[in-house]
Write a protein that binds this ligand. Structure first.
Ligand SMILES: *Cc1c(COP(=O)(O)O)cnc(C)c1O
Length: 378
């Protein structure tokens, strides 16, 4: 049976804003400047204003954004960086790209984001190491406990780099994610809440010297053309993506409100279900990049929904420290990663995107209840 309800739908988002996006693309094609031009500069302005931060620097993708932010903070060989294992592999890969050592700490079992107690325990336990930065991940669109993490980072003099690849528009105590840390990074991969039609990313910060450094690093270490002040690389945002992102940014708040409304529908329908655990909101404003339920029988649920034309995804089936590329060689914070391992076995991302109809989300709930009913009768 073909999928009738998609888990995500970047094409629907293009079609919803087709006239404006096509016009923006045509404008770039006509203007004749294709990399780091007016569109990128305008997007950087608009995105930093939206977030309430001083500076934004457009780069090639979210992984590069993390890599360059770490380099801008001077993190490198001999340094350690604390993050979580229940995240996209990119978070950990970026730490190794600067030759630093990742230390992985466990998550809170309610919010599935970094447990600040584990963060502090890991810092205390790694006195021999030079812990230089912490990367909290606002997974699924839910802010990590920024107040606690910032307070700990301040006491131990660590940089905080927020990984906001899933949290465009989310906020904590009224301030947007990305406006809390020394730096923050975004991905504009086509399925993210703010999405390009290809790869894209951004680094944001309130610190002018960190912004300048990031700007230089993204293009061969140049401040002035052809003069490399730093050993940099090439990770530029192109004009077509920036022009598309400027259109999409105007609709980001509306899209996030729609995601939140769909989440309420799911919540209302599913909270009474014993067979699945619905996501619980922490203190922050959640923007539901994903709506993630947990079930010890998620494979059966996934197959049942699939056979009824409903696609779901698993974010993520294997935590980073158990992936083939990382297994048995990463440093694990004190207390272990039991909650991360458990989450990976239970999580299932239901269909969630701003163009999902109410009746579609209700159909997902109906099918989920039928699955639960069929299991109780067996
Ligand atoms: C998507 C994502 C990234 C990486 O972004 P890319 O643009 O794919 O490089 C990093 N961290 C998290 C949490 C992500 O979801």
């Amino acid at each position: 049976m073909p999928d009738t309800i998609l888990q995500c739908n970047p094409r629907a988002d293009y079609l919803a804003h087709k006239r404006e996006i096509d016009a923006a693309i045509e404008g770039v094609l006509e203007a004749g400047s294709y990399v780091l031009g007016q569109q990128v500069a305008a997007f950087e302005q608009e995105f930093s204003a939206y977030l309430g931060v001083g500076h934004a620097v457009g780069v090639g993708n979210g992984t590069d954004a993390l890599h360059l932010a770490l380099r801008a903070c001077g993190v490198g060989r001999g340094d350690a960086v604390i993050t979580v294992s229940h995240t996209a592999v990119a978070t950990v890969a970026a730490i190794e790209l600067v030759a630093a050592e990742p230390i992985l700490v466990d998550i809170d079992s309610i919010t599935l984001t970094m447990d600040p107690n584990r963060l502090e325990a890991a810092i205390k336990n790694s006195r021999r190491r030079r812990v230089k930065a912490v990367i909290p991940v606002h997974l699924y669109g839910q802010p990590a406990d920024l107040s606690a993490i910032l307070e700990i980072a301040k006491r131990y003099d660590l940089y905080v780099i927020e990984d906001c690849a899933q949290s465009h528009g989310a906020s904590w105590e009224g301030r947007k994610t990305g406006a809390w840390g020394h730096m923050a990074t975004f991905s504009f991969y086509p399925t993210k809440n703010l999405a390009a039609l290809g790869d894209g990313g951004a680094i944001v910060t309130n610190d002018l010297s960190l912004a300048d450094k990031s700007r230089q690093l993204r293009e061969y270490g140049w401040r002035d053309r052809y003069v490399s002040l730093l050993p940099g690389l090439n990770s530029r945002l192109d004009e077509l993506q920036a022009a598309v992102l400027r259109v999409k940014l105007r609709y980001l708040d509306a899209a996030n409100l729609r995601r939140q409304a769909l989440a309420r529908l799911y919540d209302c329908s599913l909270q009474a279900q014993k067979s699945v655990q619905t996501p619980s909101c922490g203190k922050g404003l959640h923007v539901y990049h994903q709506y993630v339920v947990r079930s010890p029988e998620r494979q059966s649920l996934k197959s049942y929904l699939q056979s009824n034309g409903i696609s779901t995804l698993i974010h993520y089936p294997v935590p980073v420290h158990l992936q083939p590329a990382y297994k048995d060689r990463l440093t694990i914070g004190i207390g272990g990663l039991g909650r991360s391992e458990e989450a990976c076995q239970k999580v299932l991302s239901l269909p969630m995107h701003p163009h999902l109809a109410d009746h579609e989300s209700l159909e997902v709930c109906e099918m989920l209840k039928r699955w639960a009913g069929s299991r109780e009768n067996n």
